[in-house]
Design a protein around this ligand. Structure first.
Ligand code: GLU
Length: 489
């Protein structure tokens, strides 16, 4: 039987990084086994629905390079792929369960349920089918009467008493749960919508899903699903529940300790290849001493059996390190055209391709993400707005002004304004006066960039170009220096 797997997000706003990992593992698995990957939108909880989130999900998954074979955006033979468009199917299956005695009608009002919940010890509520308002306590005649009168009802799963429910998970091994710990789950709500459990099981069966690969948070739902598969007489797909994602302190990954939406990482400028590489290694690594993999390698090496049971720590430092490796190894041309997007987003237009290439080549090794270059070296995009006074004080002496003026004159005479020539000429000037490079290089940096750090100063001057360097030096000497000297007094 050929492999069919699915990613089944609920459209509640954004794609969680854990969701991306689930989608990726499904994608790797499908591709490795020449199977199909299905996108199914589990939108039956209308209270959690967020407008526009399906489009956003698809956009984000596409950014990550995940390609689906069937789904709401591309169609396919098992549609519709929105659960909200399959309500008839769920209703039919719920009726079937009633017929077979695997499910029953219940009429409890929200207030009655709340009261029972309050009364239950430690608020560990379990629905008691022999004391609440349902077809067992009311009798079948009364039940049909209420239904025909239009009294709202739900359909609940009739969980058998004291039965061992056993199943095998590819990652977690044999699992056994006693049915006394399983609640009579609502399958169909009073508004006619199914709950997750019914819709999920029905769709996985009808869409011929062979392997269910999803987050560990769904493991407690499995016993209910097993009961449903058995009730329908269906084969249970193979199961694999992926380990939790954790914060560095080993608590469950949460918004409070950092970003959890993939969209946030896109906005920060991580490369999709790097982000996918990082996410793919949360809970699995094909070899202990390597961390950079192409998507094709991840597909080729992927094995569900090798996924860890233990939670995986989401470490942004590691993500940055991986992103930086991609940044240092990608072709400059590719980086430069991508960089234009970030630069323009910050309002810097009219920069030539050539200039952007040079800026990226000069500065990429100083940052972890492409757009960080703009914050690290704002002086490559506009004249300094501020000057670091501490740096000024530290490196300024009575003779500095004179040397800067002389070097300015010297620069004016240089035709071939490369870092090598500028370096050689400045050094010649210093040697003739028995001066050290540090006596002028820091003041030069301050005057040209305003900052105390950056890439090599001669290289920076070459990229900025002769005219710009001269203009900045002149401006500093005429306008800024008198000002800061005044302040110093
Ligand atoms: N709709 C569930 C979710 O939002 C899907 C869980 C599953 O894959 O069964 O994650």
């Amino acid at each position: 039987m050929s492999v069919r797997v699915r990613f089944a997000p609920s459209p509640t706003g954004y794609l969680h990084v854990g969701g991306l990992r689930t989608a990726l593992y499904n994608y790797f698995f499908a591709r490795k086994h020449n199977g199909k990957l299905i996108l199914r939108i589990e939108d039956t909880d209308r209270t959690r629905y967020v407008e526009g989130s399906v489009e956003n999900l698809i956009k984000t998954l596409t950014w990550a390079g995940i390609e689906f074979d069937e789904g709401p955006h591309i169609g396919g033979p098992y549609g519709p792929y929105y659960q909200s468009q399959r309500l008839e199917i769920y209703r039919k299956h719920a009726d079937l369960l009633i017929e077979k005695g695997w499910a029953y009608y219940a009429f409890d009002t929200p207030e009655e349920l709340e009261e029972a919940r309050q009364k239950s010890p430690h608020h560990e509520f379990k629905y008691d089918r022999y004391s609440m308002r349902n077809q067992f306590t009311l009798g079948i005649e009364k039940t049909h009467e209420l239904i025909s009168q239009g009294v709202p009802y739900v359909i609940r799963l009739k969980v058998p008493d004291n039965q061992e429910i056993q199943f095998y998970d590819i990652i977690r091994g044999e699992i056994s749960v006693n049915s006394k710990d399983v609640d009579d789950q609502i399958l169909l709500k009073s508004d006619g919508y199914p709950t997750y459990h019914l819709a999920n099981v029905v769709d996985d069966h009808l869409m011929e899903i062979t392997h269910i690969i999803r987050g560990e948070e769904w493991l407690p739902s499995v016993p209910k699903h097993i009961l449903l598969y058995n009730a329908f007489g269906w084969e249970i797909p193979k199961l694999a529940h992926l380990p939790l994602l954790l914060n560095k302190d080993r608590t469950k990954l949460s918004k409070r300790q950092g970003d959890v939406a993939v969209e946030d990482y896109i906005a920060k400028g991580y490369f999709p290849e790097a982000f996918v590489n990082f996410i793919a290694l949360l809970g699995w690594n094909p070899s202990a001493d390597r961390e950079i993999y192409s998507v094709q390698e991840l597909i080729d090496k992927f094995e569900l059996e090798k996924v860890n049971k233990a939670g995986a720590i989401f470490d942004v430092v590691k993500l940055d390190a991986i992103n930086a490796k991609y940044l240092y190894s990608k072709p400059i041309d590719e980086l430069a055209s991508e960089f234009r997007f970030w630069v323009e987003q910050r309002g810097y237009f009219n920069l030539s391709d050539e200039y952007l290439r040079k800026v990226v080549a000069l500065l990429r090794e100083r940052v972890k993400k492409l757009p960080e270059i703009i914050d690290f070296a704002p002086y490559m995009f506009e004249k300094p707005k501020q000057y670091d006074l501490e740096y000024f004080k530290k490196h300024w002496s009575d003779t500095t002004k004179e040397h800067l003026e002389n070097i300015l004159n010297l620069l004016r005479t240089i035709e071939d304004f490369t870092h090598q020539t500028v370096h050689d000429e400045v050094l010649k000037y210093l040697n003739e006066r028995n001066l050290k490079l540090k006596e002028v290089i820091h003041p030069l940096r301050l005057a040209i960039t305003g900052l105390s750090y950056g890439a090599g100063m001669f290289e920076t001057m070459e990229v900025l170009g002769k005219d710009e360097v001269i203009q900045r030096l002149e401006y500093f000497l005429q306008n800024i220096l008198p000002e800061i000297q005044n302040e110093k007094k």
